[in-house]
Design a protein around this ligand. Structure first.
Ligand SMILES: [Zn+2]
Ligand SMILES: [Zn+2]
Length: 749
């Protein structure tokens, strides 16, 4: 009888811990179930059983675990193998992966989920009733706003006003508090009640059949299958609007026909809505959605479904869906494979879901398809050197023309006074023509807030974050200054605390200021802004997209969010307001990111109705990457990048590991960073750079130092990792440095 278990705790600990199996649970504990264990004096954790055995550990008193949570394993050996790979490759602990991978509440039975619903009370459910209700609220503008939002949502006529709406959605849409809603209930205009709702929405009625592929898509589809017969990974390089999704659908359909599961990865939740709608039309209830904006309960439910006899055949999700318990995975699609958000940055595990997906697929003997219009340099390199297969789609779907790209030299125009704020005359003219023609416009400015810098003209004082080494960004509507690193926020000052004058100037342009300038220029235009500040909730995000798609807004201003593979048919003008923000970013990938972002934003233009024009405003029109974008020449861009990467020892020729050290005490930090750098040089020679200060050298009170390791790609990453782990252990054993936070970022992005 096995009387001991080795368990993994959801903590950054290097090893497993051993507990005794209490009498009552003997014979019921297997690998992959969870148990509640005591740790230290009073803490308890939900731990995962990794081994069951009979070997009594030496030298310490083994405590029993206190509770058994599962009757059967919550994951399978293949998932654990993926964890092992991530831990070894990305230098994190399995405990950190466990914490990130498994939803917290995965235990016990669930209560049915209840939802508050709202509808108009029976006595008001007719035209006259609605009018009376509206009239009675003339002195209560917020209540009236809520009622009107409701009416707009349900369609607003006498037949539809009995429709119920989720209370949560309604007050969020109206932007009012729950109190306002209660006031309408108290007045007898609304009625509120509770209904039980299933967390998994499975009410797809009509499932359509597959669309036929056009000859070009069909050829690509056949090439992919042909390449899959020889390669495990294929890169599908297809221009924007080439109809890649349609090809994915056919590949998924084939995999389902073979009885396999499919994982469809997207970089952002932002993209899931359009794609899931499209996939549900074909695959109905066989597809499940999984992402981090779901509540824990929702994620648990999907996890449990995947463990059941009838799991989803297709999972659409962002990077964490990689960890779901698949059993017969046959295909992974990594869409928009070039996106940075596949890499988890903070906290650990700092893994890249694209690479982990390829490993997961190989564990199942499955295939991986990477799709994009602008491949990551490393992916394209792998595809042209034979590691991956390569399929190219160079024509847009239904012969939609590639957009025309006009480079606008804003330095020159600024000198000639042909700029209105951030808008050049050619862009203003194009926007005004587009608005007249009832066409839509997308404006891209990769900075949120109003102005990135507020400065006192009299004494030069600039408000800075108390906790980080950055200046605060002005958010004008909110009347606040905010740190974009830690969220520290103060009211925008009226007078300068330094010289007591009131003489501020705003420097630089954020999306909020662009919005203001635009509405002064075109007061009749309906403008929406999409950035982190306007999309805090799923509903808000979806509403902005939906309104733009239905033509309820004319202009969409946004940060890089507007570049993400969204399909809009009526956009004739795209403005990239300041390409230099991207081009001047201090990183060896700045050109790659600029190319990807701008090519993707440009791809939003002229998708169906006529050729669109992109106005690319820059002070450096002579930059090589600008001409690559104008000519839509990925290959030329790729060649130039590859040359630079080889010359300056960057991926794909060299592998990078960044070492970050963080501590409050700058003296101690610098001392340890110097020692660490020295020890690394002893091991890796001149492959070590630094320690240096990262662009923002203090965040949330912690000073930061960075050491860069560049190693030839032909070296074994595991050998390098062994040395790095040993070095970290060596310093951790030194009491003086034990409190300094140190971590590795392998293959940083
Ligand atoms: Zn801060
Ligand atoms: Zn001042």
């Amino acid at each position: 009888m096995s009387r001991y278990v080795d368990v993994l705790l959801p903590l950054p600990l290097p090893t497993t811990y051993t507990y005794a199996v209490p009498e009552e649970f003997l014979g019921r504990v297997v690998v992959g179930v969870r148990v509640v264990v005591p740790l230290g004096k009073s803490k308890k954790y939900t731990a995962l059983v990794m081994a069951v055995h009979d070997v009594k550990p030496d030298g310490y008193e083994v405590r029993p675990f206190v509770e058994l949570l599962d009757d059967a394993p919550i994951l399978f050996p293949t998932q654990l193998k993926l964890w092992d790979w991530i831990a070894r490759y990305y230098l994190c602990t399995r405990g950190e992966i466990y914490k990130a991978a498994v939803p917290q509440g995965l235990k016990g039975e669930f209560k049915p989920r209840m939802e508050q619903r709202i509808r108009v009370a029976a006595s008001f459910r007719h035209k006259r009733g609605i009018e009376l209700a509206q009239a009675s609220l003339s002195r209560a503008p917020r209540q009236k706003k809520l009622l009107n939002t409701y009416l707009q949502y349900v369609g607003g006529d006498a037949e539809t006003v009995a429709r119920e709406v989720s209370k949560h959605t309604l007050i969020e849409l109206a932007g009012v508090s729950a109190t306002i809603c209660k006031e309408l209930v108290d007045k007898g205009i609304f009625e509120e009640y509770e209904v039980e709702v299933g967390r998994l929405k499975e009410n797809v009625e009509d499932v359509a059949s597959l669309n036929a592929l056009n000859p070009i898509q069909q050829k690509a589809f056949e090439q992919i299958n042909e390449q899959f017969s020889r390669k495990n990974v294929v890169l599908l390089h297809g221009v924007t609007s080439a109809g890649k999704t349609e090809i994915y659908i056919h590949l998924i359909n084939e995999a389902l026909g073979r009885g396999e599961q499919v994982l469809y990865l997207l970089p952002e939740i932002a993209l899931t809505k359009q794609i899931i709608e499209r996939l549900r039309r074909v695959f109905g209830n066989r597809i499940g959605l999984y992402h981090s904006k779901f509540s824990d309960a929702e994620r648990v439910e999907i996890w449990k479904k995947q463990l059941s006899d009838a799991p989803y055949d297709i999972i659409l999700g962002v990077r964490s869906s990689l960890f779901l318990p698949f059993t017969r995975l046959g295909l992974i699609i990594v869409d928009e494979e070039h996106e940075n958000s596949y890499k988890q940055q903070e906290p650990a595990p700092r893994y890249n879901a694209k690479n982990a997906a390829i490993v997961l697929a190989s564990l199942f003997g499955a295939k991986t398809l990477l799709g994009t219009a602008t491949p990551a340099v490393e992916s394209y390199y792998n595809a042209t050197t034979g590691k991956y297969g390569l399929v190219s789609l160079t024509q847009r779907y239904r012969s939609i023309q590639m957009p025309l790209i006009e480079v606008v030299d804003i330095k020159e125009l600024g000198r000639k006074k042909q700029m209105e704020g951030q808008f050049s005359d050619p862009l203003v003219e194009a926007m005004s023509a587009a608005l007249k023609d009832k066409k839509q416009i997308i404006l891209f400015q990769n900075r949120r807030g109003y102005a990135p810098l507020l400065e006192c003209r009299t004494c030069g004082w600039v408000p800075r974050c108390k906790h980080c080494d950055v200046s605060l960004t002005l958010h004008k509507t909110a009347g606040k200054l905010t740190c974009h690193y830690c969220g520290y926020t103060i009211p925008a000052p009226k007078i300068c605390p330094n010289c007591e004058e009131s003489n501020f100037i705003n420097l630089g342009y954020g999306t909020e200021k662009i919005e203001e300038e635009l509405s002064n220029m075109f007061p009749e235009a309906r403008i929406a802004r999409m950035d982190l500040d306007t999309t805090r909730t799923r509903t808000a995000y979806e509403k902005i997209i939906d309104d733009f798609q239905r033509g309820r807004t004319d202009v969409l201003i946004g940060t890089q969010m507007v570049s993400k593979g969204l399909d809009f048919d009526n956009v004739s003008v795209v403005g990239i307001l300041n390409a230099d923000i991207l081009l001047n970013y201090p990183d060896f990938r700045a050109n790659e990111r600029s190319f990807q972002l701008m090519a993707q934003v440009a791809g939003r233009a002229g998708r169906k109705n006529g050729r669109g024009t992109v106005y690319l405003q820059t002070k450096t029109p002579e930059a090589a990457v600008v001409s690559h974008i104008v000519q839509n020449d990925y290959l030329q861009f790729y060649d130039s990048q590859l040359g630079e990467r080889m010359l300056f020892h960057y991926p794909p020729f060299y592998r990078l590991v960044y070492v970050y050290l963080r501590h409050r005490d700058i003296g101690l930090l610098d001392e340890m960073a110097a020692c660490y750098g020295m020890r690394m040089r002893e091991i890796f020679g001149d492959r070590v750079l630094g320690p240096d200060l990262p662009p923002v050298a203090r965040v949330q009170q912690l000073y930061i130092r960075k050491i860069v390791l560049k190693v030839e790609a032909s070296f074994s990453q595991y050998k390098i990792n062994e040395a790095l782990v040993a070095l970290k252990d060596e310093f951790a054993a030194n009491k003086r440095y034990a409190a300094v936070n140190l971590f590795y970022d392998v293959d940083p992005l």
